[in-house]
Ligand binder design. Structure first.
Ligand code: HEC
Length: 255
């Protein structure tokens, strides 16, 4: 009898414990990055984040322009080396960076470096012959580049998705509210949403702007909603001009 009561109590305790703590949930309080190596003066924060966002968007466009070549199964070496990519990327943002401060230049150099690493890292994938879809997209480049760039600088560049495909693109609380803002605002609002806030113990500046769809994106993110795209994901059911995600930049403030 006593043993039965004890067993029952143990089961009840275990159940109560399970209800209190969700296994596999995000830990609370801190922030995964805690050594913010590169910082920006508060007065420069907005311009620094904007330059980073513009430079990343320019790279996405270059990669997108080569999409047709990347998916050609008859081609082996595509000639799209890190060096080749970086050269075009630098030219495309020259005018954007002309007024960059020395601190901004130092940070953007590390961005070029990270972006180039990722292209070099993907050479085997890009150059494989006989396969069309190689899973190489602007979004994949940005995901991998963001992780390399964060590792070197502490600056976070990510692309939270409206309905994210990669779990790396899960929005945090602020990003989710900004995604909702742009969905509610419709296609007209492209003004970045920004905030001085903190991540863990670090004062940061956050810059978020919409990434919108253009017609070639619709084979995967378009209509009909729920139909499988060529990769097996369910299509988002969106139209050209609709919000698909955010260009999100978080940079530590130096004060
Ligand atoms: C061939 C199908 C395909 C096309 C075309 C496509 N995407 Fe995606 N998109 C994906 C996949 C797959 C991912 C996840 C990439 C990863 O991180 O590996 C993704 C991820 C994204 C993300 C990050 C959020 C998320 O869902 O993880 C954004 C933003 C995005 N795409 C925007 C675009 C835009 C803008 C275009 C057109 C310029 C486009 N995509 C074209 C398949 C596609």
């Amino acid at each position: 009898m006593i043993r039965r009561v004890v067993t029952l109590a143990a089961i009840m305790l275990a159940t109560a414990h399970a209800a209190a703590e969700t296994v596999g949930a995000a830990a609370k309080g801190g922030h995964p990055e805690y050594l913010f190596l590169e910082k920006t003066p508060r007065a420069e924060a907005a311009a620094t984040a904007e330059k980073l966002a513009k430079t990343v968007i320019a790279a996405r466009m270059i990669i997108f322009a080569y999409a047709g070549k990347f998916v050609d199964p008859t081609l082996g070496d595509k000639g799209f080396s890190g060096e080749f990519f970086e050269r075009q990327w630098r030219v495309s943002v020259e005018s954007e960076l002309i007024d960059a401060t020395p601190n901004q230049k130092k940070i953007i150099e590390k961005l070029f470096w990270a972006g180039r690493q990722v292209i070099d890292n993907n050479q085997d994938r890009l150059n494989v012959k006989g396969i069309g879809w190689k899973h190489f997209l602007p979004a994949k480049w940005e995901r991998e580049m963001g992780q390399v760039f964060t590792a070197r600088t502490g600056i976070v560049i990510k692309q939270p998705g409206r309905a994210y495909r990669s779990p790396v693109n899960v929005p945090d609380e602020l990003e989710r509210s900004v995604l909702q803002h742009y969905v509610d605002a419709g296609q007209g609002d492209n003004k970045p949403r920004t905030a001085f806030t903190s991540m863990g113990k670090q004062a940061v500046y956050r810059h978020m702007e919409p990434i919108r769809l253009i017609p070639p994106c619709l084979s995967c993110h378009g209509k009909p909603k729920g139909a499988p795209d060529m990769l097996g994901f369910q299509k988002d059911g969106l139209e050209s001009g609709d919000l698909i995600g955010l260009m999100s930049v978080t940079i530590a403030v130096d004060d």
